[in-house]
Every structure is written in C-alpha cells, then in structure tokens.
Design a protein around this ligand. Sequence first.
Ligand code: TXA
Ligand code: MG
Length: 361
Amino acid sequence: MPKAKIVRVEPLNPSEEAIREAAEILKSGGLVAFPTETVYGLGADAFNPEAVLKVFKVKRRPLDNPLIVHVSSLDMLQQVASEVPERVVKALSIAWPGPLTVVVKRKSTLPEVVSGGLDTVAVRSPAHPVALKLIEAVGRPLAAPSANIAGRPSPTRAEHVVEDLGDEIDMILDAGETFFGVESTVVDLVSPSPQILRPGPLGPEELEKIFGVKFGLPPYARGLSSYEERPPSPGMKYRHYAPSKKLVLVEKGSCDTTTYFEFLMKQLESYLKDFPALIATKETVDEVRSKLGDSLTYFTLGSRENLFEVAKNLFSTLRILDKYGRVSIAISESVEERGIGLAIMNRLRKASSERITCKQK
Ligand code: TXA
Ligand code: MG
C-alpha cells in the first residue's frame, strides 16, 4: 500500500468532498497529484516555499529547473506575473483554460524557488474540471510540475504517479487517463520575439491564430540540440523520458515513404539477434509484422492518420517498455513534424539514446 491516499473521482464531475480534502492538504503545505488535460501534475501551494521545495525533493528535480504555476483565472495570473501586456491577456482569454503555458515576468512576491531563481514565471490554466475545481478550492495558484520522478516519462494515469511517487506524497486524485498525453505547449513571451520553448498539443498554426504573430521554433524545441550553457528554458538541458533500455529513433529525414520503410526494415533486421521491440504507428506495425512475424515485440502507438492518438499512448508505452523484461533494445519510427507531431518528435528525440536519419538517394 502506498503512503498516498488515492481517491477516484469522476473527471467531469468530481465529488466536492474529494476536492475539499485535497484542497485542505494543499493549504496546510502538503502535496497532491491531480489530473490535467495533458498529464498528471504534482501540486503544491505556490506561495508556500517549503511545500514547493518538497516538490523538487520528491521528484529529485534540480532546483534550477522551474515549475509551472497553475491558475484558475486571468485574475489569478496577476498574483504571480507582472507587466503582462494587454494583448497577451486578450490572447489568453481565448486560449485558457487549455494546454498552453506562457513564460512571463514574475511578480516579486511569488517565492523565488518556484522559478528556480529566474525573473520569469511559467503559468497555465488547465482545462480539466478536477484541476480547475482544485485550484479554486485552494483559492491560490498551485505550482505543479508533471507528477513523475525527474527524467521519467510524464504520468498519463494515476498508476504512473503511484509507481513514481506513491510513497512520497499525500494524496492522488485519480480521474483515469489524461486527454492529450503530452505536456502543454510552452511559449516564451518575454524575449524580443515570441518563441516556442516546448511543443505541445497547441501547434504553431493555432498559436499564430490566437496571438496574431508567428512564433519561432528553435532547433532545441524540436529536440534537435541540447543547450548546455544558459538554455532559454532550464528544462532543456536535462535528458527526459529516457527509458532504461536502448532506444533508437529512426528518422524519416528527406526520404519518401517507400525508401523510409526500407531503411526502417534494414535497421530492424540489423538488431534481430537482440530480439528488439518496434515502437510504431499501427500501419507500420502491420506491415513489419507481415514481413518479420514474431521475431520482434511490437508496441502500437495508434494510427498515423491520428497523431492525437499516437501522442496519448506515447508515455505509457515508454513506461511499459521499461518494465518489459524480454526487451533490451527498442527501435522507434518517426512521425510527421506537424501540429501535435512536433510534440511527439520532441519527446521521442529526448527519450532516444541514438538517432539514425534516412537520406534520399
Ligand atoms: O502540461 C504540463 O505543462 C504539465 C501539467 C502538469 O500542467 N506540467 C509540466 O510541468 O509539464 P514540468 O515542470 O514538468 O515542465 C515545465 C517546463 C520545464 O521544461 C521547465 O524548464 C519550463 O517548463 N519552465 C518553467 N518555468 C520556466 C521559465 N520561467 N522560463 C523558461 N522555461 C520554464
Ligand atoms: Mg516534467
């Protein structure tokens, strides 16, 4: 039995009693994991520095990697941020609640530990009834990173939270599987030109519609390079989602579909003696299985035609891979880097220990 009290709640209509109990724990400095529309978060009262410190400690997260503050309204944003331009407030009145985190100037009254000593703060308003009701019941913003041990895949089910933090925290509100399965899009609104720091469910096209400006998409936001020195977002310099197994990401690069499939097959064949696993879309799994049969293990993420499905299954698949005794090496297919596909590729690149890219002849 884990130490945490696990309470099952209806995602759309959580019991008031459960929300009240969780809110009391948070108000007295405890830690509660709760569902959002992206992944489960580990909440603490953002204005209680000891509680926030506990979050870093139980997650084993470096103190220089700041947390996202969760608010239930634009008014609450003003408690943690300063000098938010009117046009940003207007855009957020459209985008929130939703899977969008904005990095803005920090209010000096917000405990520094939340932002890892930076003069900015990352804020979002989650579109999940349980999360919103919980923040409202506490009446204060909640600092809440993803509820996993640092470096592991973010939790998309309460069971994942139990696995990582069940003995370290006070309560888990279990509302079943989260909707998107990848973390929110993080954008930097304090730099001279707005940048995507971490791609998520909200893609560049949608951001442009909401804010009326184009957002930069630097290579590190695609997971292509890591920033060792002064990264724009401190989280970038740490490896993420990394399974304990070797994970080889086979990228499509400039190849057409046929050449890419042949390239992928070649990679798989070169690892066959190790009894590898293939992590891929349903279409690719079907095709590979028809050629290689049971000489490998298959993990199906979802249809190539529906990248939301692929995103939703990604982290739980990485967790299963970790526990799958028979497999020591996995080979993953890549997906199109568009919309939520950007988030999938960013997470896959960060999780992989090796990347091989197909080149069109
Ligand atoms: O969907 C989500 O965003 C989930 C749910 C729980 O809301 N939360 C989440 O939080 O993914 P976390 O702490 O695991 O990721 C926060 C990311 C990190 O990469 C961190 O470095 C970055 O946001 N970040 C936080 N504050 C920042 C700041 N002031 N400037 C730049 N990046 C920041
Ligand atoms: Mg995280």
